[in-house]
Design a protein around this ligand. Structure first.
Ligand code: ZN
Length: 196
Protein backbone atom coordinates (compact mmCIF):
# COMPACT_ATOMS: atom_id res chain seq x y z
CA UNK A 1 0.00 0.00 0.00
CA UNK A 2 1.28 3.42 -0.91
CA UNK A 3 0.97 5.69 2.09
CA UNK A 4 2.85 8.65 0.63
CA UNK A 5 1.00 11.93 0.47
CA UNK A 6 -0.25 12.89 -2.96
CA UNK A 7 2.70 13.72 -5.17
CA UNK A 8 2.82 14.20 -8.91
CA UNK A 9 2.98 10.55 -9.96
CA UNK A 10 0.27 9.62 -7.46
CA UNK A 11 -1.78 12.38 -8.99
CA UNK A 12 -1.50 10.74 -12.43
CA UNK A 13 -2.58 7.42 -10.96
CA UNK A 14 -5.55 9.04 -9.24
CA UNK A 15 -6.61 10.50 -12.61
CA UNK A 16 -6.46 7.07 -14.22
CA UNK A 17 -8.45 5.47 -11.44
CA UNK A 18 -11.12 8.18 -11.42
CA UNK A 19 -11.50 7.63 -15.16
CA UNK A 20 -12.04 3.91 -14.49
CA UNK A 21 -14.61 4.67 -11.79
CA UNK A 22 -16.48 6.96 -14.20
CA UNK A 23 -16.75 4.02 -16.62
CA UNK A 24 -17.71 1.58 -13.88
CA UNK A 25 -20.60 3.71 -12.60
CA UNK A 26 -21.96 3.73 -16.16
CA UNK A 27 -20.84 7.09 -17.51
CA UNK A 28 -18.59 7.99 -20.41
CA UNK A 29 -15.35 9.71 -19.37
CA UNK A 30 -14.85 10.95 -22.94
CA UNK A 31 -17.95 13.13 -23.05
CA UNK A 32 -17.32 16.87 -22.89
CA UNK A 33 -18.50 17.49 -19.34
CA UNK A 34 -16.32 14.71 -17.92
CA UNK A 35 -13.25 15.21 -20.07
CA UNK A 36 -11.32 17.09 -17.38
CA UNK A 37 -13.04 15.59 -14.36
CA UNK A 38 -10.30 13.04 -13.46
CA UNK A 39 -7.68 15.80 -13.57
CA UNK A 40 -9.86 18.14 -11.50
CA UNK A 41 -10.58 15.45 -8.91
CA UNK A 42 -6.87 14.58 -8.57
CA UNK A 43 -6.05 18.26 -8.19
CA UNK A 44 -8.75 18.74 -5.58
CA UNK A 45 -7.57 15.67 -3.64
CA UNK A 46 -4.18 17.34 -3.26
CA UNK A 47 -5.87 20.05 -1.29
CA UNK A 48 -8.64 18.20 0.49
CA UNK A 49 -6.32 15.34 1.52
CA UNK A 50 -3.24 17.38 2.37
CA UNK A 51 -3.61 16.19 5.95
CA UNK A 52 -1.58 13.10 4.99
CA UNK A 53 1.44 15.28 4.29
CA UNK A 54 3.39 16.07 7.48
CA UNK A 55 5.17 18.90 5.68
CA UNK A 56 1.90 20.77 5.32
CA UNK A 57 1.13 20.61 9.01
CA UNK A 58 0.79 24.23 10.18
CA UNK A 59 3.53 25.52 12.42
CA UNK A 60 1.88 26.74 15.59
CA UNK A 61 3.87 29.22 17.63
CA UNK A 62 2.96 29.65 21.26
CA UNK A 63 3.76 32.66 23.43
CA UNK A 64 4.44 33.02 27.12
CA UNK A 65 1.31 33.98 29.01
CA UNK A 66 2.79 37.05 30.67
CA UNK A 67 3.86 39.24 27.77
CA UNK A 68 3.48 42.90 28.67
CA UNK A 69 3.08 41.87 32.29
CA UNK A 70 -0.47 40.71 31.68
CA UNK A 71 -1.35 37.16 32.56
CA UNK A 72 -4.63 35.87 31.27
CA UNK A 73 -6.49 33.29 33.35
CA UNK A 74 -9.94 33.23 31.82
CA UNK A 75 -11.46 31.16 29.08
CA UNK A 76 -10.32 31.94 25.54
CA UNK A 77 -12.74 30.76 22.89
CA UNK A 78 -12.89 30.33 19.15
CA UNK A 79 -15.43 29.01 16.70
CA UNK A 80 -15.44 28.29 13.02
CA UNK A 81 -16.34 25.89 10.26
CA UNK A 82 -14.70 22.67 9.19
CA UNK A 83 -14.95 20.36 6.19
CA UNK A 84 -13.77 16.75 6.23
CA UNK A 85 -14.44 13.42 4.52
CA UNK A 86 -15.89 10.41 6.28
CA UNK A 87 -13.62 7.43 6.04
CA UNK A 88 -16.46 4.98 5.50
CA UNK A 89 -17.90 6.55 2.35
CA UNK A 90 -15.41 9.21 1.27
CA UNK A 91 -18.09 11.90 1.19
CA UNK A 92 -18.01 15.15 3.16
CA UNK A 93 -19.06 15.75 6.69
CA UNK A 94 -18.90 19.38 7.72
CA UNK A 95 -20.10 21.81 10.29
CA UNK A 96 -19.07 24.05 13.14
CA UNK A 97 -16.52 23.73 15.86
CA UNK A 98 -16.33 25.49 19.20
CA UNK A 99 -13.01 25.58 20.95
CA UNK A 100 -11.95 26.96 24.31
CA UNK A 101 -9.01 26.80 26.62
CA UNK A 102 -7.91 28.23 29.91
CA UNK A 103 -4.23 29.05 29.56
CA UNK A 104 -1.50 28.12 31.91
CA UNK A 105 1.97 29.31 30.92
CA UNK A 106 1.38 29.48 27.18
CA UNK A 107 -1.07 31.11 24.82
CA UNK A 108 -1.62 30.73 21.07
CA UNK A 109 -2.73 33.09 18.33
CA UNK A 110 -6.40 32.23 17.98
CA UNK A 111 -6.27 32.16 14.16
CA UNK A 112 -3.94 29.17 14.42
CA UNK A 113 -6.75 27.04 15.81
CA UNK A 114 -8.59 27.19 12.50
CA UNK A 115 -5.47 26.19 10.58
CA UNK A 116 -4.99 23.16 12.79
CA UNK A 117 -8.66 22.18 12.47
CA UNK A 118 -8.33 22.46 8.66
CA UNK A 119 -5.20 20.32 8.61
CA UNK A 120 -6.62 17.47 10.69
CA UNK A 121 -9.85 17.63 8.68
CA UNK A 122 -7.96 17.19 5.40
CA UNK A 123 -7.90 13.40 5.40
CA UNK A 124 -10.35 10.56 5.74
CA UNK A 125 -11.74 10.84 9.23
CA UNK A 126 -14.39 9.92 11.71
CA UNK A 127 -15.67 12.88 13.66
CA UNK A 128 -14.74 11.34 17.03
CA UNK A 129 -11.08 10.91 16.07
CA UNK A 130 -10.91 14.32 14.41
CA UNK A 131 -12.10 15.94 17.65
CA UNK A 132 -9.54 14.06 19.74
CA UNK A 133 -6.62 14.65 17.36
CA UNK A 134 -7.13 18.42 17.46
CA UNK A 135 -7.40 18.47 21.24
CA UNK A 136 -4.35 16.22 21.66
CA UNK A 137 -2.22 18.49 19.52
CA UNK A 138 -3.32 21.69 21.26
CA UNK A 139 -2.95 20.14 24.68
CA UNK A 140 0.59 19.07 23.79
CA UNK A 141 1.48 22.58 22.59
CA UNK A 142 -0.23 24.62 25.30
CA UNK A 143 -0.42 22.41 28.38
CA UNK A 144 -3.44 24.50 29.41
CA UNK A 145 -5.44 24.36 32.62
CA UNK A 146 -8.40 23.27 30.61
CA UNK A 147 -9.24 22.56 26.99
CA UNK A 148 -12.53 21.80 25.25
CA UNK A 149 -13.72 21.19 21.73
CA UNK A 150 -17.24 20.56 20.43
CA UNK A 151 -17.85 19.68 16.80
CA UNK A 152 -21.33 19.68 15.23
CA UNK A 153 -21.53 18.24 11.75
CA UNK A 154 -23.79 17.13 8.93
CA UNK A 155 -22.75 13.83 7.39
CA UNK A 156 -23.67 13.57 3.72
CA UNK A 157 -23.32 9.77 3.73
CA UNK A 158 -26.19 9.77 6.19
CA UNK A 159 -28.26 12.54 4.63
CA UNK A 160 -28.00 11.45 0.97
CA UNK A 161 -28.95 7.86 1.50
CA UNK A 162 -31.89 5.95 2.94
CA UNK A 163 -34.47 7.98 4.82
CA UNK A 164 -33.52 11.52 3.89
CA UNK A 165 -33.66 13.31 7.19
CA UNK A 166 -32.26 16.78 7.34
CA UNK A 167 -30.67 18.50 10.28
CA UNK A 168 -29.68 15.22 11.84
CA UNK A 169 -26.35 16.54 12.99
CA UNK A 170 -23.79 14.63 14.93
CA UNK A 171 -22.13 16.20 17.96
CA UNK A 172 -18.80 15.16 19.42
CA UNK A 173 -16.99 16.73 22.32
CA UNK A 174 -13.75 16.39 24.19
CA UNK A 175 -13.16 18.19 27.50
CA UNK A 176 -10.12 18.06 29.68
CA UNK A 177 -8.71 19.62 32.82
CA UNK A 178 -10.83 22.37 34.34
CA UNK A 179 -13.64 21.81 31.83
CA UNK A 180 -13.94 18.24 33.01
CA UNK A 181 -13.65 18.92 36.74
CA UNK A 182 -15.46 22.23 37.12
CA UNK A 183 -19.17 22.40 36.28
CA UNK A 184 -19.31 26.18 36.00
CA UNK A 185 -16.35 26.30 33.56
CA UNK A 186 -18.05 23.60 31.51
CA UNK A 187 -21.36 25.48 31.59
CA UNK A 188 -19.64 28.69 30.47
CA UNK A 189 -18.13 26.87 27.51
CA UNK A 190 -21.29 24.98 26.57
CA UNK A 191 -23.15 28.26 26.59
CA UNK A 192 -20.80 29.48 23.88
CA UNK A 193 -21.68 26.49 21.70
CA UNK A 194 -25.40 27.30 21.80
CA UNK A 195 -25.43 30.68 20.15
CA UNK A 196 -27.00 29.52 16.89
ZN1 ZN B 1 -19.91 7.82 6.09
Amino acid sequence: MNTNPINLSNSDLIEQHIEEILKLIGDNPDRTGLKDTPRRVAKMYKETFRGYDPEQKPVITVFPNNDDGIKYNQMIGDKGYFYSHCEHHMVPFFGEYYFAYIPNKKIVGISKIARLVDYYSAKLQVQERLTIEIVNELERLLKPKGIALVMKARHLCKEMRGVKKHNVGMITSEMRGVFLKNASARAEFLNLTKDN
